[in-house]
Every structure is written in structure tokens, then in C-alpha cells.
Design a protein around this ligand. Structure first.
Ligand code: MRU
Length: 372
């Protein structure tokens, strides 16, 4: 998508042909800085510290992390070490494991001297495939937005989203935001007036800091709301649909996404608001079924909960403590929304039911052979 008129992806190969560039997402919305990743450790650190984050982008960054490790040492042991290091960075988004499995398969049967080139080829494909998947998600999701717009002519279509499942979380376009960007870009032709309610998404504020930033840069109308506001808006008919992303979707359609997603799904169910989850197929984990019992939920440091970072009036970036000294803090990163609360899954192969049969029919090549 565009940043100040310039088409930008979240991750790219630098002009030297081997090091990797990425947007440093920890500095947004106040500073647009880029990172240069030159080693496996650089890639692992960027994922762990959330300089790059969002399930599909974590997978893409990990893929390039394997490339960087192989440049230094293309042995089998190096591949295994790189995958173990990267896999340990974040536990919940399955795209990480998916990408590492893809990279391992791409280099496994290659002679050592061919491995680096094979790895870079597959990493670039993983990035390009993500863009194609997100564009397809956008086209399928756009039809849902069009249907709503047709039912309320000359009125805005209000979409609520949680966290950042935008282009910053992917390589480009985003998952939840792809239909929104397409509706916005075709607003004139389609007569759609799109507006987005952006959940701030405590504790790291990915909604307020990242989703709002990218929507604003693209010119999409949006309003940031405190996390607890969605239910009230739904009760007053101010939300036409919710679209969120996913870090892992199980074989039966349970959805693991940023903490707070479940509460939005409950409120949506109670108010008859359609609740959609947008995801590319690498976010599906056919080896697990019961999301609540089986998906590991990341717990991050207390500092994310006990402090807030922002820009002071004189332009400095400062972090301040917002809790009493000594209070215990818990920081669960994700929660699981049971499939029964999900209206549909917007995938690259269409909008499908959040059910075992829906997922298996849409992705038979992934479902077959997986345990469930
Ligand atoms: O902890 P984060 O910022 O990596 O969490 C991101 C999310 O929960 C997104 O909603 C999810 O990865 C989907 S991204 C298209």
C-alpha cells in the first residue's frame, strides 16, 4: 500500500541482493524508520521484539531469517538451528511454523552450494504468495461489503476491526483490511462510503498505533475507539460488520487472534452483527481442533501492560508507568473465539463456513493427512 504516495511493502530484499529491509513497527505512528536484517539473530530479534509482527509477516520474516542463517552456514545443522531459533520467538501464530516448514522443504534435498539461492527463492515466493492471497481475500470480502452497502444506500458501511490485521501485519494489503482498501479504492464506482471503527487494542495498541496509521495514510475514514466501546456501538446499530484477522484457525474453525477478539465476537452475536475472520491459508493449523485447549497463548512482559508510550507535546517519545508500584500484571497476547461465533472465514478461496467440513472442502490438500 502507499506511504506518502510511495508504494511500500513491509519487508523487502535490499539492493545488495541479500540483506532484508523491513518497517520498524515499534516506532509507528510517530516515526517511519526501516530496519536492515543481516543475520539470523537480527531476524529473530525483530520478530521477538515485534519490530515486525502480525501472523503472515512473522512467517515472511522467519523465511528470510533462514536465508540469512544459510548464508553463514548451509549445513543441515544450521537449517535446524535457524528453525529452532526462529520458532522460539513467538508461540501463537502458526504462520511462523508454516513458513519454517516451507523453507526446510525448499532446501532439504538441495546440495549445500544450491541452498542459499533456493532459500531466497522460496522466501520471495512466500512474500509474493501472501500478497496474492491478501488480494483474493480483499475481492471476496468486498462482495460482503457491497451486499451491506446495497441494503443501506447513501449511508456509510461501518466496519469494526481489532488489532492490526492490515498491510503492516502482512506483506501488503492486509487480511481484514484488504476488503476495506478495495471498497475505498472503488468507492466512486461502487458508491460505497466506508468507515472503520478501530479498536485501540491494549496493551500494545496495534489498532490505535498501526491500523489507524495505515488507514490514514491510505485516506480511509476511521475512528479510534477504546477497546470496550464495540458492544455499545453494536447495540446502537453503528456497526454493520466486524472483520478481524487470525493468528491460527483450527481444523474445526476456532479462531485465535489478538486478546479481546472473543469479547467482540460475543457482542456481535448478541446484536446480530456479522462477525467475519479474514485469513490466508497458512494461518490454518489442521493439526489442532479445539482452539481453547490446544493453542499456546503467548504471555508477554508486564511492561507492555504497566506502561504507555507516546509522543509528548514537545515531540519526544516517552514511556510512562500507568499502574501502582508493586501491582501484579498479566499480559495474555491472544484469545480464542469458538467457531460458533464466527459468521464466516474470508480466505483466498472464498468466504467459507467456520466448520471442519467448510475448511476441509476449501483446502483439501492441507486437510488431508493432518491429524484431527
Ligand atoms: O501480537 P501481534 O501484533 O503480532 O498480533 C497480531 C494479530 O493478532 C493480528 O490480528 C493477526 O496476526 C492477523 S494479521 C493479518
Amino acid at each position: 500500500m502507499k506511504v506518502d504516495g510511495k508504494h511500500t511493502r513491509t519487508i523487502w530484499l535490499e539492493a545488495d541482493g541479500w540483506s532484508v529491509g523491513a518497517i520498524d513497527q515499534t516506532l509507528l505512528p510517530h516515526r517511519f524508520n526501516t530496519l536492515r536484517l543481516a543475520t539470523l539473530d537480527d531476524a529473530a530479534r525483530a520478530i521477538k521484539t515485534m519490530q515486525v509482527r502480525g501472523a503472515p509477516l512473522i512467517g515472511a520474516a522467519a523465511a528470510y531469517g533462514v536465508c540469512l542463517a544459510l548464508r553463514a552456514d548451509a549445513s543441515d545443522e544450521s537449517v535446524a538451528r535457524a528453525c529452532a531459533t526462529l520458532l522460539a520467538t513467538r508461540p501463537t501464530a502458526i504462520n511462523l511454523k508454516w513458513a519454517l516448514d516451507e523453507m526446510t522443504a525448499a532446501v532439504r534435498n538441495q546440495p549445500r552450494e544450491a541452498r542459499v539461492a533456493a532459500a531466497y527463492r522460496r522466501a520471495a515466493e512466500i512474500c509474493d504468495e501472501d500478497v496474492v492471497n491478501c488480494q483474493a481475500i480483499g475481492r471476496h470480502g468486498l462482495k460482503l461489503i457491497e451486499q451491506i452497502a446495497a441494503r443501506k444506500p447513501n449511508k456509510p458501511v461501518n466496519v469494526l476491526t481489532h488489532c492490526n490485521a492490515g498491510w503492516l501485519a502482512t506483506v501488503d494489503w492486509g487480511t481484514a483490511t484488504a476488503p476495506i482498501y478495495m471498497a475505498h479504492d472503488k468507492a466512486h464506482d461502487l458508491g460505497i462510503d466506508i468507515h472503520v471503527w478501530v479498536d485501540e487494542t491494549r496493551p500494545r495498541n496495534q489498532g490505535a498505533s498501526l491500523t489507524a496509521w495505515e488507514l490514514g495514510k491510505h485516506g480511509v475514514k476511521h475512528t479510534i475507539i477504546a477497546d470496550n466501546t464495540g458492544g455499545h456501538l453494536m447495540q446502537h446499530g453503528l456497526v454493520d460488520m466486524a472483520i478481524v484477522g487470525a493468528d491460527r484457525v483450527t481444523a474445526r474453525g476456532d479462531v485465535c487472534n489478538k486478546i479481546g477478539t472473543y469479547l467482540k465476537a460475543l457482542a456481535a452475536k448478541d446484536n446480530g452483527v456479522p462477525f467475519y475472520v479474514a485469513l490466508p491459508s497458512p494461518s490454518i493449523d489442521f493439526t489442532v481442533s479445539d482452539g481453547i485447549a490446544e493453542i499456546p497463548i503467548e504471555q508477554r512482559g508486564a511492561g507492555e501492560q504497566s506502561t504507555m508510550t507516546g509522543r509528548t507535546a514537545d515531540g519526544r517519545i516517552e514511556t510512562v508507568q500507568i499502574v501502582p508500584d508493586g501491582s501484579a500484571v498479566a499480559n495474555y497476547g491472544f484469545d480464542v473465539t469458538p467457531a460458533r461465533l464466527v459468521t464466516g472465514l474470508i480466505t483466498e478461496r472464498g468466504v467459507i463456513e467456520a466448520t471442519r467440513s467448510g475448511l476441509a472442502a476449501a483446502f483439501p490438500e492441507r486437510a488431508s493427512g493432518a491429524e484431527f
